[in-house]
Design a protein around this ligand. Structure first.
Ligand SMILES: Cc1ncc(COP(=O)(O)O)c(C=O)c1O
Length: 424
């Protein structure tokens, strides 16, 4: 039997789960990973926006060790302090109307729970989702996911009464943000006229900045418009901040960046810096309408994960205020690259969630450019991921506590890789 991990993977791990790189890692610290080959890599994938504090942040590591020495599991049977402490910490950083929480294990589960909450408490069944959105892979969450049709193919019938409407994609549509917002809102009005009445809709489920869909910020104006439509029709606004939360876009949540009030806030990924935890937050008033026992989870809110969540939020208090400055620096540099590299079509995003769209002739998506650039970047010692339905958008998501030198190194590597690709 081969001892090579890549061979063992091929043999033992179901091929349905794909991996972005073939590199085996053995150690992680801060912004860096060490491969089994002994090489160091700058990790600007952050495990898909999970390790906001990089690898092994000391405060979180200590909290995990401390909890491991006490007890590991209590859910559904006993009361335990780490659960309440994590909720208290979330209460401090979420929008003011969000003041009660429950915990799950993954983003998809939290999305599922938010939709169940909306349906059960409103008595309505319809859910509006936005084209290009990603909300997970379980049967429910994949029914709300439209970032790639491949994710849904072969799984029909999906959950019913889900209505898909366009999300503003200004670059792809060749429009300004204002024009794209107007078009998306006009389509939503047409949906109400032709397909479903607003009174049948329990919730709108939206990412304030589409992640998998290509790093498209919604814009404050679009989110304000959705809020107004929801208020007019008694629809709940569920904001999925699984990828955008915990400082990633320049404040604790993109809802706070845009100053929009979600009725239900869905959180995951960076919530515990890599331990499996997710959460749904809403008002006590709304959650009081959800009958006890009508939802649950064995592992949701695991004590070790909750201890990690508390420590993550505590540590992020010193980090989140620096994100706008790092963001300005990164955007400034990417704008310079945009002027020198014809392969860059668009640079967009918020905070340290930056999409760099690579294009060919006539601004057509160029996935081959991403494949070449990411391979060259890996050779030069950096991991980057892509996003977007065509896989042509560099997803630039460094740790939030990255140093300016590391940030510059990462952008220099992309610059060099693009130069080599364009000269090849
Ligand atoms: C916005 C959003 N929602 C939900 C999910 C699903 O999270 P998980 O993979 O933890 O189930 C993701 C994952 O990428 C996501 O980006």
């Amino acid at each position: 039997m081969s001892e090579n991990i890549a061979d063992r993977y091929k043999d033992m791990i179901a091929p349905v789960i794909t991996w972005d790189s073939k590199v085996e890692i053995v150690h992680g610290e801060g912004s860096w990973l060490t491969g089994a080959n002994g090489k160091r890599y700058l990790d600007f994938s952050t495990g898909i926006s999970v390790s906001g504090l990089g690898h092994q942040p000391a405060h979180v590591k200590a909290a995990i060790h401390d909890q491991v020495d006490k007890y590991w599991h209590a859910g559904g049977v006993f009361l335990y302090e780490p659960l309440v402490k994590a909720a208290d910490r979330l209460d401090e950083i979420t929008p003011p109307n969000i003041d009660q929480f429950f915990f799950m294990n993954s983003g998809a589960e939290a999305v599922e729970a938010s939709v169940k909450l909306a349906r059960k408490t409103s008595g309505r069944q319809g859910i509006i989702v936005f084209r290009g959105g990603f909300h997970g892979r379980t049967m429910g969450s994949v029914s709300y996911t439209t970032s790639k049709s491949m994710y849904r193919q072969g799984y029909h019938p999906l959950v019913g009464s889900v209505f898909v409407t366009p999300f503003p994609h200004p670059f792809r549509w060749g429009m300004t943000q204002e024009e794209a917002n107007a078009r998306a809102l006009a389509e939503l009005e047409l949906m109400f006229k032709h397909e479903v009445t607003p009174g049948e809709i329990a919730a709108m489920l939206v990412e304030p900045l589409q992640g998998e869909g290509g790093y498209y910020p919604a814009s404050k104006e679009f989110m304000d418009a959705l809020r107004a439509i929801c208020d007019e029709h008694g629809i709940l606004l569920i904001v999925d901040e699984v990828q955008t939360g915990f400082g990633r876009t320049g404040d604790w949540f993109t809802s706070t960046v845009y100053d929009v009030k979600p009725d239900v806030l869905v959180m995951g990924k960076a919530i515990a810096n890599g331990l499996p935890l997710s959460a749904v937050g809403a008002s006590k008033e709304l959650l009081s309408k959800w009958p006890p026992g009508s939802h649950g989870s064995t592992y949701g809110g695991n004590p070790i994960c909750c201890a990690a969540c508390t420590a993550t939020i505590e540590a992020l208090h010193d980090v989140v205020p620096n994100v706008p400055k790092l963001s300005d620096h990164a955007f400034g540099r990417f704008q310079e690259l945009n002027e020198t590299h014809h392969t860059i079509g668009d640079v967009r995003g918020l905070g340290l969630m930056i999409g760099v769209e690579l294009v060919g002739e006539g601004r057509t998506p160029d996935p081959d450019a991403f494949k070449a650039v990411s391979k060259l970047a890996l050779d030069k010692g950096m991991f980057i991921l892509n996003c977007g339905p065509d896989g042509n958008v560099i997803r630039f998501i460094p740790p939030l506590n990255v140093s300016t030198d590391e940030l510059d190194l990462g952008i220099d590597i992309i610059d060099e890789a693009l130069t080599e690709y364009e000269g090849s």
